[in-house]
Every structure is written in C-alpha cells, then in structure tokens.
Design a protein around this ligand. Structure first.
Ligand code: ZN
Length: 432
C-alpha cells in the first residue's frame, strides 16, 4: 500500500488502539485486574499493527503496570498512548496527502499525450487508487480526525482533477498543432517536373484540317477500324469481284471482316443514320498491306462528305482550296485533274502549288521541281452510292474527298520517309 493510504491505515489502527487503551484505563479504575490485563493485551496487539515502537512500548508498560495493579500509573500511560497515537498519525496523514498530491500533479504535468494522461487519471482517481482507499478508511478514524483527513482527501481529488483538465487542454492543443504541421502543404517546395509532350506531326495536320471543317459547320464523325466487307466495299459501289478491290491491299480478317482500307465506311454509316443535308469530316486510322518510304501498313486518313440540294463541283473546289490555304498558307493555289474512283463521278485529284518554292525551283526537294504537290482525291458522290443509302439522287447531290494527313505532314515538315512517323523514335518526334 502506498504511503498516503498506509498512513491513513495507521491512523485507523491508532484509533482502535486508543479505544482499547481507554477501556483498559476504565477497567483499571475499578481495579478489575483480570479484565484490565486482557484489555492491555489487546491494546498491545493493536499497537503491533501500528508498527510504532513508541506506542508498543507505552502499551507494554501499561500492561506491566496492570500486573502490579498500579491503576493510576496505568491509566496515565494509556491516556498518553492514545493521545500520541491520534495526534502524531493525523499529522502524518496530512503530510503524506500533500506529498502525494504534489507528486501526482508533477506526473500529470509531464504526461506526453492524452493516452498517458488517461492512464494517470485511473491510477490517481480510479476505483483502486490511493485516494479511494483513504476515503474508505475515513469512517474508521477517530471522530475528531475524520473531518481533517476527509477534507485532505477531497482536496487532493479536486486538485488532481483540475490538473488533469488543464493538461488535457494543453495536450489537445499540442496534438492539434502537430497534426496541422504534419498535414501542412509546403508551398515553397519546388514543383515536380512533368515532362511536356508534343503533338505528333500527323496529328497536327489532322487538327488543322478538322478545325477548318468544323469552322465551316461540319460535324466530326468516327467509326470502327474493323469493318464489314459491306461498309468497306459493297456500299461504296465496289461489289464482290470488282477489280477495284485488288487496288486496296486489304488486311482480311475472319468472318468477312476487314481492317478498313479507308474512312469511307464512316460516310456510309453516317448517311444510313440520318437524312440529308450531311456535312461531316471523318478522321481516323486506316490499314493496307504496304510498306515503303511513302507507304506504311497503318496510316491516317481524313475524309469529308457534303450532301445537300444543289451541291456542285465548284463547291468542292472552293471548299478544298480554302482548306489548302488554311493548312499550307494564303499563297497556295490548287488545281483539279481528272481521276477515277469507284464511288465518285466525276472524280478528281487535287494538287496544291508547292508552298516552298511556288514552282520556281527546279531542284526543290518538296515538289522535286514539279511545282505541284498531289494532295487528295475527291469527286461528286456517285448516284449509285446515294441510292444505296436511300437518298434520292434526283433531289440531292454531294461531294466527297479523302486525304492523307501523314503525306501532308511529310510535305509540310520536309520529311523524306513516312515510316519515321510511326517508329516511335523520340529523337525524331521531339523535333515537332
Ligand atoms: Zn517546290
């Protein structure tokens, strides 16, 4: 048992002893020797628990006196023993209480966190704490000692509760501060560098062309890269067995599917899904079995389609001339040459005047002295195609065109080999 509680217990023992001694003195008055000896024996017994030699000695002397029936001497010894017991031990209890309170307060002030503080609260104020034991003992104390010891115990409880409350507030503040510091963002730290990418040269041209047509009011349309034979060929006026099919170096897949050889199937899908007028531009990847400096198995294509009442070849020429000026500069001129495509009639090829030399340099690397660059194929939509999608060719006409943005990028940026575009070599791509 800790000292504070132990002192209170001693005080309780002393109280028992004093009571025994009082009874012994009472017996002595009546010279009742045997009763008196018994009382003295009990007093000595009580004194043993006190573990205080002074009391034990006094009790022993009282017992000795009793033997000789020296009543008055015995009574005096017993009275002194009782007085000393209650006075000395009471002072001891008060002193221990204040020492206990000080130590506990110091421990509470030193608590490092709220969990430790809670452990201390249980230790000092809990059901099996010293203070609780002392409060239980008060009842056993001499009557005159009860208010003092009880008061001391209650004051110690209040002081410790106050100390715990103060420390709890301090710790809550400290822990909140620490959390805020830990979660804080240091705005003075340098940012994490994020490598800046750039657009692929083909994509730059695709964006420029698509932007131009969107500016004219065209809608962007897209479709699957794996197509059925019907959308890729038959609906475009290229029925099975037609010699035009062999020109397309097609990748055939299982179950009648192909990798689309052009973005024209998107035009068919668009027309089948809506009524005229139609104004769409269709960028996308296409595939053909071909690989040399100017051909790759995968390449980009942009097609466009306009179907409306009164569309003529001059609308086609004006539109494509404006597009060429948008992409290659205000000074370029265009020319149309007759050509052949299965799904347009008449069909044309559109050439753009060389945007590097303007046709004045016989050694020009871009046009190779020709002064013109082949840019795209186009034509008026074949009435058979319009009929196939359910449009009335007597009421509607349209034009369609298809161009290769990769080839256009080669010309624009002076790249000799198309395959460089798709090898994924960053040293090449970082130049754009
Ligand atoms: Zn040139």
């Amino acid at each position: 048992m800790a000292r504070f509680a132990r002192e209170a217990a001693r005080l309780a023992d002393a109280s028992k002893f004093a009571e025994q001694a009082r009874r012994a003195a009472e017996a002595a008055k009546h010279l009742d020797a045997s009763k008196f000896a018994e009382q003295a024996r009990r007093a000595a017994e009580a004194a043993k628990h006190l573990d205080v030699s002074k009391f034990a000695e006094r009790a022993r002397r009282a017992a000795e006196a009793a033997k000789h029936l020296d009543a008055s001497k015995f009574a005096e010894q017993a009275r002194r023993a009782a007085e000393a017991a209650s006075r000395v031990d009471r002072e001891q209890v008060v002193a221990e209480a204040s020492r206990f309170t000080e130590q506990a307060q110091a421990a509470i002030r030193a608590a490092k966190n709220l969990a430790e503080l809670e452990r201390l609260r249980i230790e000092y104020l809990g059901r099996s704490s010293q203070l609780t034991e002392v409060k239980k003992l008060v009842r056993e104390l001499p009557v005159e000692a009860r208010p003092e010891v009880g008061g001391v115990a209650n004051r110690a409880s209040r002081d410790l509760e106050d100390a715990i409350k103060v420390r709890a507030e301090e710790l809550a503040f400290i822990e909140r501060e620490a959390r805020l510091r830990a979660e804080a963002v240091d705005v003075t730290l340098p940012g994490v560098p994020y490598p800046k990418g750039s657009l692929h040269p083909s994509m730059r041209v695709v964006d420029e062309v698509v932007d131009f047509f969107v500016g004219l009011g065209y809608r962007v349309a897209e479709g699957p890269e794996v197509e059925t034979d019907y959308y890729n060929f038959t609906a475009l006026n290229i029925p099975p067995g037609h010699p035009a099919r062999t020109m397309q170096d097609t990748f055939f897949l299982d179950e009648g599917l192909v990798l689309r050889t052009h973005t024209s199937p998107v035009q068919i899908r668009t027309m089948l899904s809506q009524e005229p007028p139609v104004y769409v531009v269709c960028p996308g990847r296409t595939y053909r079995r071909d690989s040399d400096p100017t051909h790759t198995p995968m390449f980009n294509q942009i097609e466009g389609l306009a179907v409306d009442r009164g569309i003529t070849l001059s609308h086609l020429k004006g539109t494509l001339a404006a597009m060429a000026r948008h992409v290659f500069g205000e000074d370029v001129k265009v020319r149309l040459r007759p050509s052949y495509f299965q799904f347009t009639e008449p069909s044309v090829e559109l050439d753009v005047s060389c945007f590097v030399c303007g046709g004045s340099d016989p050694k020009c690397k871009v046009c190779k002295g020709a002064g013109w660059l082949e840019m795209l194929g186009a034509g008026m939509v074949d009435p058979a195609v319009l009929e196939e999608v359910g449009y009335d060719p007597e009421e509607y006409t349209g034009f369609a065109f298809g161009m290769g943005p990769d080839r256009m990028a080669m010309a624009k940026y002076g790249v000799a080999d198309l395959r460089l575009f798709f090898e994924g070599d960053l040293r090449f791509l970082r130049q754009f």
